[in-house]
Write a protein that binds this ligand. Structure first.
Ligand code: SF4
Ligand code: SF4
Length: 268
């Protein structure tokens, strides 16, 4: 899957496929090669007010078909319902992406407000058949489109040890499908992929990775700037530490404590 990079502008906004808001950074799993770096990040819950402000700012510039609330594990957010409530009127198609370990605690209102639910299903821990049956029953009852994603393998995306050379990074960036499918808004910035804000958080904040995003404000040139940003040929700073969507795969597994500590001592 190559990036399409065709971004027509209609009614003053750039037509895109999807826009994500990662409403928590932490997770109740520790998947190796988590592309959000979730097992290595400090806990963070984005306030519903920030979610609303971020989405409103981004949606002045882009017009996505799908609006996705993601994490980390979004069902850990203590104000998840408030986050969904603020996103609902802004979305064409609203979905949540989850590992579903907490799905049976969700109120009916959760199901009422969503158009779609993407469930990541891992070999371990395996979702109990009763949970899967519950999900299918609720989705049918509330007309929620289910996307059950079996993820037995994970792409090894992160270059933990050393950044790549310029030529290699350009090649990875040129062929990276994630830059077209994984746009994200976070803390007032729009990014073409979800990785820069997580790399920033991993490194303690205020890093060069934030500059991979476009600051969303009221300046009149913003749509043009975001369009140029989405179609640029220059890789992001983050790309030098990333292998994109076509990297080698490894079987999915949960990391142990020693691995997590070791990774936490490596700066990207
Ligand atoms: S469930 Fe998803 S967010 Fe959580 S660690 Fe695994 S890949 Fe990352
Ligand atoms: S950091 Fe670069 S290579 Fe990695 S997913 Fe984003 S755009 Fe692709």
């Amino acid at each position: 899957m190559k990036p399409l990079l065709e971004y027509p502008i209609e009614n003053g906004r750039i037509v895109t496929r999807s826009l994500e808001a990662h409403i928590v950074d932490h997770c109740n799993l520790k998947c190796a090669e988590c592309c959000s770096l979730s097992p290595m990040l400090p806990a963070r819950c984005v306030t519903p007010a920030q979610v609303k402000a971020d989405l409103e700012a981004a949606l002045k510039v882009v017009s996505p078909t799908y609006l996705k609330l993601v994490g980390g594990e979004p069902l850990l957010h203590p104000q998840l319902m408030e986050c969904i409530e603020v996103a609902r009127p802004l979305a064409n198609i609203l979905s949540v992406t989850t590992n579903a370990l907490l799905i049976e605690k969700m109120p009916d209102r959760f199901w009422q407000l969503l158009d779609g639910l993407t469930i990541s299903i891992y070999p371990k821990p395996k979702l109990p058949p009763t949970t899967l049956a519950f999900i299918k029953r609720k989705a049918a009852e509330f007309d929620v489109e289910l996307n059950l994603k079996e993820q037995s393998n994970f792409v090894q995306m992160t270059r933990w040890q050393a950044p790549a050379a310029e030529d290699e990074t350009r090649d990875v960036f040129a062929g990276c499908w994630l830059r077209e499918r994984c746009h994200i808004v976070d803390q007032g910035r729009f990014y073409m992929c979800t990785r820069p804000p997580h790399f920033d958080s991993f490194n303690g904040g205020n890093t060069k990775y934030l500059d991979d995003g476009v600051v969303l404000d009221e300046r009149p040139t913003l749509v043009t700037e975001v369009h140029q940003y989405l179609t640029r040929e220059q890789p992001l700073a983050t790309c030098y530490r990333c292998l994109g969507g076509f990297a080698d795969e490894k079987p999915h597994r949960q990391m142990n404590r020693a691995e997590l500590i070791a990774l936490g001592e490596i700066s990207l």
